[in-house]
Ligand binder design. Structure first.
Ligand code: GDP
Length: 645
């Protein structure tokens, strides 16, 4: 490293937009960090190779600042900084001492150096957990079992993020909860979600291991999942543009993994309400409320009220029920116009139908609605990412996925989760940082890349780097960067020490690269800048990026918190892609990543709105802030939650 103190040429490049207090600037292989002293108009700059993840830079720059200022305070006060421009400062020895101190202090922290995946407790406990977990859940096959050594022991309680989400406005609309702050509501929902989730999960999984203490590790508390709350939230810390924002040393892989006994690489089904739990409820209810519900006398009267006998259903019969259903759907966060359309289609379907003898209008309508909802959530075309990646692999080209959506919905976070899932399935991932707009976006991805690599170091993948970031900083043309990334991911002739050397040929293609030499990536994940659906220029740019790069999969990332807004977003994103595409059959959105599912309790309506409006599948569901909380949608479970009173 090298430090310039007062008088060193000040950065001439425009400083990047800052959100945090720690300023840094990255150019090619170099990172500059600087600190301003407003009182004496001094700039302290540290330059270092960005590849070095120096953890002590902040301390160093602070220490140097303090010493330098104090040493020359009098002179500055007398002559001012400008008066000293040509002065000499006898500070070299002080600097060397401070540097040594800083280096030493970072070594003191060495015991917290991250364990490799293999060293972690998890790897030692796995076999037992695997056996227990596996037997219970045979419905999904594990495609790749390479990484068995990663079982979860527990996780640590962390403060809940105080950051208000972009979708808070949606929540405040729910009047009944107004007395809680938005964060409290999110928190409450998250607890509720994990309560159900864990309840369902715990039965089939091995008991909470208490043995952690014996191993000399601070016991972790599985705290209803909010323990994970801050884990993947680099959206703030990373925005100061600092490579040290989240030092690798402070990263606890156990925490980022969250779930205890998961099977690596497996995309679990979204467990919403377990059937067991529903049954339990019944058992509890029966003794206390004898024969009030179905079956008993009271139930019979109830049934008779709505009974139409063998008469055919008319609109008038159904209207009051449909009205109730519509309100119910809207209360569950289904977009209003979609709730109306859904009820309309149910009415059309049922009109004139002769009801069974002992059915009520209500139950008939309910059942029809339920069927319609399941149908919506089970779209015609299923997206099977792993299969498609393997197809691309056979053709020796990377499988390209583009992520789009508005700001703050969780694009980068869920892109990282998907990377993790792909890596656990044995695929290497190149992340293209095409959000060249939002300050901190690149750093956020860099942090994820570093953590993912720490969880899956090359050593455990035959020397192969499983995830890499392709970035060109800020302000550049995103479509161009995506294109470069895709060709970079395609095949490279040589890689040394993680540094790209040269292309093997201008349009690198299979014949010149034997498969074994193909050092490209299996998947390229393209992050794009968040944009509002009404911002025409940005939407055009997105359409261009997609048209030019022809990704295999275009994923729209949307948060489960949105209500009516969801429809508007999706319609406009799709329309923009259609309008601005140059192809005859324009590339539209292929699928949806539904995020923050853990924050909505049973208001699962966004899932319906989004699939209804695009008729595209929800490919992934994000349910937290850990790398392994990605789920696949379970249509029946979601519909059950939606229908629940
Ligand atoms: P982007 O602007 O779309 O890239 O959004 P980010 O990836 O930066 O995420 C915005 C915030 O949402 C961050 O605080 C994330 O930690 C958080 N987040 C993302 N996905 C989830 C999720 O599934 N559940 C919860 N609770 N938070 C999430």
């Amino acid at each position: 490293g090298m430090v310039g103190a007062a008088g060193t040429p000040v950065l001439t490049a425009p400083l990047p937009q800052e959100r945090g207090g720690n300023n840094s600037f990255t150019h090619e292989a170099l990172t500059l960090k600087y600190k301003l002293d407003n009182q004496f108009e001094l700039v302290f700059v540290v330059g270092f190779q960005k590849i070095l993840t120096l953890t002590y830079v902040d301390k160093l720059i602070d220490d140097v600042h303090k010493e330098f200022r104090d040493k020359y305070r009098n002179e500055f006060q007398q002559k001012g900084a400008l008066g000293l421009l040509n002065g000499t400062f006898d500070f070299k020895d002080d600097f060397m001492r401070l540097l040594r101190d800083a280096e030493e202090s970072s070594k003191v922290r060495a015991p917290t150096v991250m364990k490799t995946f293999e060293q972690s407790l998890k790897s030692q406990k796995t076999v037992k957990c695997m056996i227990e977990t596996r037997g219970e859940k045979p419905k999904e096959k594990v495609k790749n079992k390479k990484n068995k050594g990663s079982k979860k022991d527990g996780t640590e309680a962390v403060a809940v993020p105080s950051k208000a989400s972009a979708a808070d406005k949606q929540l405040s609309a729910a009047g009944d909860k107004e007395e809680l702050t938005k964060d409290e509501i999110l928190q409450k929902n998250r607890e509720e979600f994990f309560r159900r989730h864990m309840k369902a999960g715990e039965k089939s999984r091995s008991p909470k291991p208490d043995a952690q203490k014996e191993k000399g590790k601070k016991p972790r508390v599985w705290d209803l999942g909010n323990s994970n709350a801050k884990v993947l939230d680099y959206s703030n810390s990373a925005t100061n543009g600092s490579a040290e924002a989240c030092p690798v040393e402070e990263f606890d892989p156990d925490m980022a993994l969250g779930d205890k006994n998961r099977e690596p690489g497996r995309l679990y089904d979204l467990e919403y309400e377990s059937e067991d739990e529903a049954e339990e409820e019944k058992v509890v209810q029966n003794p206390s409320k004898p024969s009030v519900k179905k079956g008993g006398l009271g139930g019979m009267f109830g049934m008779l009220k709505g009974l139409v006998g063998s008469k055919s259903l008319t609109r008038d019969d159904m209207d009051p029920v449909l009205e109730k259903m519509k309100d119910h759907l809207i209360a569950k966060n289904v977009a209003a116009e979609i709730a109306v359309q859904l009820c309309e289609s149910v009415a059309k379907k049922l009109e004139g139908k002769v009801m069974g003898t002992f059915t009520t209008v209500t139950s008939t309508v309910k059942q029809a609605l339920q069927e319609a909802l399941v149908q919506i959530l089970q779209p015609q075309r299923r997206v099977d990412v792993l299969r498609d990646v393997m197809d691309a692999q056979r053709n020796r080209r990377p499988y390209v996925v583009t992520f789009c959506g508005v700001n703050g919905v969780g694009k980068s976070t869920n892109l990282a989760k998907i990377s993790f899932w792909l890596i656990e399935n044995g695929f290497s991932v190149l992340i293209a940082a095409c959000d060249t707009f939002r300050a901190g976006a690149v750093e956020q991805l860099r942090t994820h890349t570093r953590r993912l690599n720490a969880l899956h170091p090359p050593e455990s993948h035959g020397g192969r780097t499983m995830v890499q970031l392709y970035e060109k900083g800020y302000g550049k043309d995103a479509a161009g960067i995506a294109m470069e990334a895709i060709s970079y991911g395609r095949c490279r002739a040589g890689v040394a020490g993680g540094v790209f050397l040269e292309w093997c040929c201008p349009s690198c293609c299979p014949p010149c690269c034997a498969p074994a030499r193909n050092q490209g990536f299996d998947v390229v994940l393209v992050d794009t800048a968040g944009r509002m659906q009404d911002n025409a220029p940005l939407m055009t740019a997105l359409a261009k990026l997609i048209a030019v790069n022809a990704p295999d999969l275009v994923l729209f990332v949307g948060e489960a918190l949105v209500g009516n807004e969801a429809v508007d977003q999706l319609v406009k994103f799709n329309k923009a892609l259609a309008d601005h595409s140059m192809a005859q059959t324009p590339r539209l959105i292929d699928g949806i990543v539904l995020t923050k599912f853990d924050t909505i309790d049973d208001k699962v309506g966004a899932a319906i709105s989004m699939t209804y409006i695009t008729s595209k599948p929800i490919v992934f569901v994000g349910t937290g802030q850990t790398y392994c909380d990605l789920r696949s949608l379970n249509a029946k479970a979601v519909v059950a939650a939606l229908m629940k009173a």
